[in-house]
Design a protein around this ligand. Structure first.
Ligand SMILES: CC(C)(COP(=O)(O)OP(=O)(O)OC[C@H]1O[C@@H](n2cnc3c(N)ncnc32)[C@H](O)[C@@H]1OP(=O)(O)O)[C@@H](O)C(=O)NCCC(=O)NCCS
Length: 150
């Protein structure tokens, strides 16, 4: 991370980390689906520790779950201070990517073959986040319907 990525206090902007998470997630989605992918939504972005100028930052993106045309990609961000060997887990992100065809329309993705215990756990947790997101959307719609009907 260079000075152009940071604020005057020497800490890297959250937005810089988010942008790189988004790019890593898109690449994982493209690899899994074999199609282009767009960001459908960011389900969670957590900043655990600050990243500083000079840190070497690594973004590891994994497709956690695949549905009809969308996938949840988890991104783990680690910062290493060169020369010290110290690596810190600084952020985690959960991003929904949607596969698109040549016309930009959502297109089906292959199923995910989760087998290892960690893969199965990540898939279950992704399903919970999706269920919660859809339930919240339905709850907000219902409360708006109730408000409008007096
Ligand atoms: C994301 C997008 C392709 C969805 O298109 P759409 O016409 O709403 O398509 P659908 O309703 O068929 O939804 C397609 C999938 O997207 C998912 N999706 C749509 N909106 C979403 C949201 N806000 N968050 C998470 N997932 C979403 C749906 O759940 C569905 O997934 P599924 O097929 O696995 O069940 C469209 O809204 C779009 O192009 N948005 C702009 C994307 C963008 O510019 N991103 C930033 C730059 S990459």
């Amino acid at each position: 991370m260079g000075i152009e990525d940071a604020n005057v206090a020497g800490f890297v902007h959250g937005g810089t980390v988010m942008k790189l998470c988004d790019e890593a997630a898109a690449l994982a989605a493209v690899r899994h689906s074999g199609h282009g992918a767009v960001t459908g939504g960011v389900d969670r972005m957590t900043f655990l520790e600050r990243v500083e100028i000079g840190d070497l930052v690594t973004f590891r993106a994994t497709v956690n779950a695949a549905w009809r045309t969308s996938m949840e990609v988890g991104v783990r961000v680690e910062a290493e201070r060169p020369g010290t060997g110290v690596v810190r887990h600084t952020s985690s992100a959960y991003i929904t990517m949607v596969a698109i065809d040549a016309d930009g329309r959502p297109t089906p993705v292959p199923p995910l073959l989760a087998e290892a215990p960690d893969e199965l756990r990540r898939e279950r947790e992704a399903q919970t986040r999706r269920d919660n997101r859809l339930a919240e959307r339905e709850q907000l719609r219902e409360s708006e319907r109730t408000r409008l009907s007096g």
